[in-house]
Ligand binder design. Structure first.
Ligand SMILES: *Cc1c(COP(=O)(O)O)cnc(C)c1O
Length: 395
């Protein structure tokens, strides 16, 4: 057998890339997987080599064969020029932002952004003299009007990971490109399999590998991919921070990579089934699932995305806290907890009112976010059906 090269793999489908990228059995005595390289020190054979830092690997924080395997595979999958890793999804967000801003800059951030990203902008970036303006995720090409001479970044997240509005990525990318602004996308919901970020005009794309890449709720990891224009700056910023993930987590992410397509397609199938079932329930007013017409910006999902993952929200008819608690506390299959994308189903109550600043969030009643797992869908529906019965029988 002859091993595929990155060049060969540009002609292969994503499913095949996921199996072949990031592995070179000939480098590993024929073993199929890239093992966990643990290490700080890398030895240089000669004075000349160490003086010139001349080696494929130079020091543990800068990269190992394990991290290089994941970075390379993610670069191929994302259609990027390069990728760096981070110890969490949030660390990937902060790294990307640090790579693109300087004191005195102004940045535009979607009002639907992941909460901790907002916290970072309002605290650390504010302290560094970077001003943030939040924009309506449905703004589209009108974002032009919010751009100032010192705007350096537009930060998108589509769909929003609680409220699920979809953004007109190509229109926003065009506005950014026209002014030399760095467009950064938090692509965690879709992954590059369902939304190829750089082909859609993004300069940098973030993935919380903690979610679908892991798929097993057992690791924290972030990835930032960048196009050719931004990768050198991103890599230099990564080297300056030396915020590197642990080798076991990188190995587990490589393992998750092999089944990512399979798991994501199952999450899509199960998620759509559950979302449609919820849409038919009398307790539900609106389902916010990007692949359903009831989701704001659904037409953009249809135009730009290649699939939908298993995370979506539903708005309930007004009910008391006691009724909602009766529903949620008795669930046996849906766990209540943060994060998502694992094999197990989750549900959380959420309320965007406390942090929205550019848009108004006023659902008629409580809102729930579901992450559908790999359980039998009929069992999941039964669990929720019993929950709704408890909700209805509690005042
Ligand atoms: C979870 C999440 C993150 C952060 O990932 P962590 O690994 O938990 O830090 C960032 N963005 C989105 C959209 C997320 O859902």
């Amino acid at each position: 057998m002859t091993e595929t090269t990155p060049e060969d793999r540009t002609r292969l489908k994503n499913r095949t890339k996921l199996v072949h990228a990031g592995r070179r059995p000939s480098d590993q005595h024929g073993f199929v997987n890239t093992p966990i390289y643990r290490g700080s020190t890398v030895l240089y054979p000669t004075f000349e080599d160490i003086r010139a830092h001349k080696a494929r690997f130079t020091y543990g924080t800068k990269g190992t064969p394990t991290t290089e395997a994941l970075e390379g595979a993610w670069t191929e999958l994302s259609g990027a020029a390069g990728t760096v890793l981070a110890p969490s999804g949030l660390a990937a967000v902060t790294l990307a932002l640090f790579a693109a801003v300087k004191a005195g800059d102004h940045i535009l951030v979607t009002d639907s952004v992941y909460g901790p990203t907002r916290l970072f902008c309002g605290t650390v970036l504010a302290r560094m003299g970077v001003e943030t303006t939040y924009y309506d995720p449905l703004i589209g090409a009108s974002i032009e009007a919010l751009i100032r001479p010192n705007t350096s970044v537009i930060f998108l997240e589509t769909p929003g990971s609680q409220s699920f509005e979809l953004q007109d990525v190509p229109a926003i990318a065009a506005a950014a490109q026209a002014r030399g602004i760095c467009a950064i996308l938090d692509n965690t919901w879709a992954t590059p399999l369902f939304f190829p970020p750089h082909a859609r005009g993004m300069d940098m794309a973030i993935e919380a590998g903690t979610k679908y890449l892991s798929g097993h709720s057992d690791l924290l990891l972030g990835l930032v991919s960048a196009n050719a224009r931004w990768f050198p700056r991103l890599r230099a910023t990564y080297d300056a921070f030396a915020m590197c993930p642990g080798p076991e987590d990188v190995f587990l992410a490589l393992r998750g990579l092999r089944t990512l397509d399979l798991r994501l397609r199952e999450a899509e199938r199960q998620g759509l089934d559950l979302a449609r079932w919820l849409a038919g329930r009398p307790e539900i007013v609106q389902v916010l699932h990007p692949a359903l017409p009831s989701c704001p910006g659904h037409a953009l999902w249809k135009r730009d995305f290649l699939g939908s993952s298993g995370l979506f929200s539903a708005l309930l008819a007004p009910c008391s806290d006691a009724a909602l608690a009766a529903m949620l506390d008795g669930l046996k299959l849906f766990g209540m907890g943060y994060s998502w994308g694992g094999f197990e189903s989750l549900v959380i109550p959420f309320d965007c009112r406390s942090y929205r600043s550019a848009t108004v969030w006023s659902p008629p009643g409580p809102a729930l976010r579901f992450s559908v797992g790999l359980e039998d869908i009929e069992d999941l529906k039964d669990d929720l059906d019993q929950g709704f019965q408890r909700l209805r029988s509690t005042a």
